[in-house]
Design a protein around this ligand. Structure first.
Ligand code: GAR
Length: 210
């Protein structure tokens, strides 16, 4: 047994180390990514080990650098051809769980399979309303105002092969007032995201034990 334990870290590092490692995938500004990194900075159970983006100019990469979290960029061809190098990076950093935070690329099937029920996303509306391909960021808030919704909010859900259709984990609402602009709605929704997304991530990752 002692002989086995000496080599255990080579094949399953996290059986010895109880910390769960998260990778955050983001395509743009990365304010949620930064909020998540800061939330877990002093955690003894969860560590944000890697930021992955599909855009080399995404501001999230600057945020990661300042916060001293390693980052990697994989351009469109890599995602479209199955994500082999993404998987290699996830393995290299011992990633247990993937969190999407404004990530606008379809996650390849190989990742969905290997990280089954270990990839979650946040969407800035109450799905199934205002979701699907092309519905992201401000487009969503504009649609909410155009539809004269009385409320909107956030949806945190597991990721599957269809945009915004995975099993819903949590929805939190906020009111939309008749005079609200899309910018007002965006501010309310961002506030909900910052407050709730890290806590839900913590709950899910620890509950699963990965
Ligand atoms: C967030 O509001 C997130 O919910 C949304 O993109 C924004 C990213 O902002 N995600 C989607 O619309 C996914 N369909 P951030 O880069 O400042 O975190």
């Amino acid at each position: 047994m002692r002989y086995f334990a000496r080599f255990l870290h080579l094949c399953a590092p996290n059986l010895l180390n109880m910390t769960k490692n998260i990778a955050v995938f983001a395509s743009g500004s990365g304010s949620n990514a930064e909020n998540i990194i800061r939330y877990f900075m002093d955690s003894e159970t969860i560590s944000v080990r890697l930021v992955i983006s599909n855009r080399s100019k995404a501001f999230v990469l600057e945020r990661a650098k300042i916060l001293q979290v390693p980052s990697e960029v994989f351009l469109r061809e890599e995602w479209e051809s199955g994500g082999i190098n993404v998987l290699a990076a996830l393995k290299k950093y011992g990633i247990d769980f993937i969190v999407l935070a404004g990530f606008l690329v379809r996650v390849p099937d190989a990742l969905l399979h290997i990280y089954s029920n270990r990839i979650i996303n946040i969407h800035p509306s109450l799905l199934p309303k205002h979701g699907g391909k092309g519905m992201y960021g401000d487009h969503v808030h504009e649609a909410v105002v155009a539809a004269a919704e009385a409320e909107t909010g956030i949806t945190i859900h597991y990721v599957n092969e269809h945009y915004d259709e995975g099993e819903i984990i949590r929805q939190i609402t906020c009111p939309v007032l008749p005079a609200d602009t899309p910018e007002d709605v965006a501010n309310k929704v961002h506030a909900l995201e910052y407050e709730h997304y890290p806590r839900v991530i913590e709950e899910i990752v620890l509950r699963r034990g990965v």
